[in-house]
Design a protein around this ligand. Structure first.
Ligand code: DLL
Length: 430
């Protein structure tokens, strides 16, 4: 099933030529309409006429979140404000948020992209879609909303939170597709259990989970507990929001919609391009955006690219499941660790609940990592010896996969804070 076969299954030669045409238009537009792009290009001695092949993309300067901050709020918009009909903002942890703007056409294109993602999850005109991503400045809720409406689905805009009510509606209204963060899906699962609702009492078929890293092991947990196919969706506000890339039913990586975005993978330190399959920082150029086009935007997200044909028939390249953000990478006694790697090791250990918290500190000038993990009610009631065995096994599994010693602490069920949106899994006290 495809939402837009012409575009999603485009012959690759045609796709490249289409991309080049759109890239040239975009570069020309930002050069003339956005002072900071013009200035950066001038510093590099590049003019729009220099872009004559897709490889010429490399001549262009990178764009970083800092550029958006420096031009806060509107200076990177490529159209006058009268053409902007929507603003979203990404939740910066410090300082001002990053403000992004959409024209009417951008909103329509975004809906097209999210409709494609929902279709990947089996969504159809008569599907009941519950949107439990937060509505508001965050792009998750409204991004999904317009996509699901465009699909023609029955849209239930519950937003995040009020989980018991959320679950009641899910059951009564026979929700088939659930859209939320994977950590909120965990919270929903717990609430289902607390309310005595079994997965067979529900009508759920698929979950479209994203906005934060999650592992294949977590996927198995969510699929098993909800009896669904769980698909990964990726996106970021600066590029458009959810719908930059999404998994199809093959679950072998996320198709990045190449008729709208050109992906590159670079070494985050040297900024040199990496080849297919190599892990590095994802860089995205938008080629069909009016309000806020971005040129070689450094996402800080770590993944790899694959141009192998996919069983689903879509011709768009795929990015691997995201490992995490460069800024979330922890350096523990010289070893680079992503929280997702800890998640993988934990979930493989068995006997634990999928709720954990990583605490990093410096003790006597040495980095220390403590991992708090909830154990099942059953195990918690067990004898200390059994608990100690589980604890040791987890620590040794983490040592085997990551080569670092961590202090694993088993905690009582329901003691780690639950999340309705993006989970905060790391506390770095250093
Ligand atoms: O999180 C957009 C979104 C909403 C995506 C709903 C998917 C579903 P921001 O708040 O700007 O936008 O955060 C973007 O979140 O750079 C990644 O670091 C992270 N992220 C998003 N999707 C995934 C994913 C939305 N599937 C930042 N896997 C991105 C891992 C993800 N990380």
């Amino acid at each position: 099933m495809h939402w837009n076969r012409t575009r999603e299954c485009m012959n690759v030669v045609e796709l490249r030529s289409y991309q080049l045409t759109k890239l040239k238009e975009t570069v020309d537009r930002v050069y003339h309409n956005v002072a900071s792009y013009r200035q950066k290009m001038q510093e590099r001695g590049v003019i729009p006429e220099d872009i004559n092949s897709l490889e010429d993309l490399r001549l262009l300067p990178f764009t970083a979140k800092q550029d958006l901050r420096d031009n806060y709020p509107y200076n990177m918009f490529a159209v006058p404000l009268q053409e902007i009909i929507r603003i979203h903002a990404s939740s910066g942890t410090t300082g001002k948020p990053t403000v992004v703007g959409y024209t009417r056409r951008d909103i329509a294109n975004w809906a097209e992209l999210v409709s494609r993602c929902l279709t990947m999850g089996g969504g159809k005109r008569d599907s009941v879609v519950q949107i439990s991503y937060g509505y508001g400045l965050f792009t998750g809720g409204l991004g999904f909303h317009y996509g699901a409406e465009k699909l023609g689905a029955v849209v239930i805009p519950t937003s995040g939170g009020n989980t018991r009510r959320q679950v009641m509606l899910m059951k009564d209204l026979k929700t088939e597709i659930l859209a939320c963060t994977p950590s909120y899906a965990l919270c929903i699962i717990e609430t289902l259990e607390a309310m005595g609702i079994k997965r067979d009492d529900l009508n759920l078929k698929a979950g479209i989970f994203g906005a934060e890293p999650w592992t294949d092991n977590m996927r198995r947990e969510l699929e098993g507990k909800l009896g669904i196919k769980a698909l990964d969706i990726y996106g970021l506000s600066e590029v458009i929001g959810p719908g930059v890339a999404c998994e199809c039913m093959e679950q072998q990586g996320l198709h990045i919609f190449e008729d709208f975005f050109i992906p590159e993978i670079i070494d985050p330190v040297t900024e040199e391009p990496l080849s297919e399959g190599e892990k590095g920082e994802l860089v995205i150029t938008t080629i069909d955006k009016e309000g806020l086009p971005v040129i070689r935007y450094r996402t800080r997200d770590i993944t790899s690219l694959s141009y192998e044909p996919c069983g689903c028939g879509r011709t768009h390249a795929r990015i691997g499941k995201l490992l995490g953000r460069t800024d979330d990478m922890l350096i523990i006694r010289g070893v680079n660790v992503f929280p997702s790697q800890i998640e993988s090791a934990l979930m493989a250990a068995g006997d634990i609940e999928p709720h954990y918290l990583i605490i990093v500190d410096r003790v006597n000038n040495l980095d220390s990592m403590e991992v708090l993990v909830e154990v099942s009610e059953k195990l918690f009631a067990d004898e200390i010896r059994k608990l100690e065995q589980v604890r040791k096994k987890i620590a040794s599994d983490i040592y085997t996969t990551l080569g670092i010693n961590v202090n694993v602490k088993l905690v009582e069920p329901h003691t780690i804070e639950r999340s309705e949106g993006k989970a905060k899994r790391v506390i770095d006290k250093r």
